[in-house]
Design a protein. Structure first.
Length: 263
């Protein structure tokens, strides 16, 4: 009787051990399958994100690249003026060869003196703007950044807009030569309420074509760029006149139009 119980007990223990082993294998197989499903799900998510990123990259390049050769018919700021402000827009494209060299150097002297040498961002000016705590604040945006904002974006200081501005600035600096960047800026910058570009501004304020602008004319136009809706070219305030004189001084210090000879 004792031997039988022992044999029975051993058989039962073997059966229990075998059952537990099978359960562990089944459980491990289940966990492995669940792990594989999670891994597959993560891979699919990454593929979708990468695919969406590639599509957005291609779309943004298509938004920027054509204007290397073609004149933009409008800009985001012009559309905003027409659609949301219900204001008339004056805009006439002028090619680089028909723009006064005085205007090109005056705008660079006023807005972005390191334009010929930087790659879209003036980090020294950005650091100074961040550290500035008193007095009249001066922006640190380069001409390339302003082109990105005026052509594709909207006014404002949100982090989203700033991030998009930085992204489009990199695309612009990659896809366009420096001269093209400045040419487009001179054509889409706002010089007064609803007056965009040197073509419209030279006719509106000086009754002459853009190629005949004098250095004083150009300095006045460059002086109002920081706030064209508040500052006036036709009725310049003492501040605007003083800034125009200052811009002329900077132009002379830079060496005049020769400063931009290599762009």
């Amino acid at each position: 009787m004792t031997i039988r119980r022992s044999t029975t007990s051993r058989a039962q223990r073997r059966e229990i051990a075998t059952t537990r082993t099978l359960q562990r294998k089944i459980s491990g197989t289940g966990r492995t399958a669940a792990g594989r499903q999670r891994a597959d799900s993560i891979k699919k998510t990454w593929r979708r994100l990468v695919g969406a990123g590639v599509v957005l990259l291609l779309l943004s390049i298509l938004m920027v690249l054509p204007w290397r050769w073609f004149a933009p018919p409008t800009s985001a700021f012009m559309l905003r003026e027409q659609l949301f402000q219900n204001n008339a827009v004056h805009y006439q494209w002028v090619p680089w060869g028909s723009i006064s060299p005085h205007l090109a150097i005056a705008v660079v002297a006023a807005e972005d003196q390191k334009f010929p040498v930087h790659h879209g961002f003036d980090f020294e000016s950005i650091a100074k703007a961040l550290d500035e705590t008193r007095g009249r604040r001066r922006g640190a945006s380069t001409i390339s950044q302003q082109v990105a904002k005026n052509l594709f974006l909207w006014p404002g200081r949100s982090y989203i807009r700033k991030g998009l501005e930085a992204y489009f600035t990199l695309l612009i600096e990659t896809c366009w030569p420096k001269r093209r960047i400045l040419e487009i800026y001179l054509n889409v910058a706002e010089f007064g309420p609803g007056v965009f570009g040197t073509g419209a501004a030279s006719r509106q304020y000086f009754a002459k074509p853009a190629e005949r602008l004098s250095l004083w004319d150009a300095s006045l136009l460059a002086a109002v760029l920081p706030s064209p809706k508040k500052m006036s070219v036709l009725r310049p305030s003492p501040y605007v006149r003083g800034r125009a004189y200052e811009i002329r001084t900077w132009v002379y210090k830079l060496g005049g139009a020769r400063y931009l000879a290599d762009i």
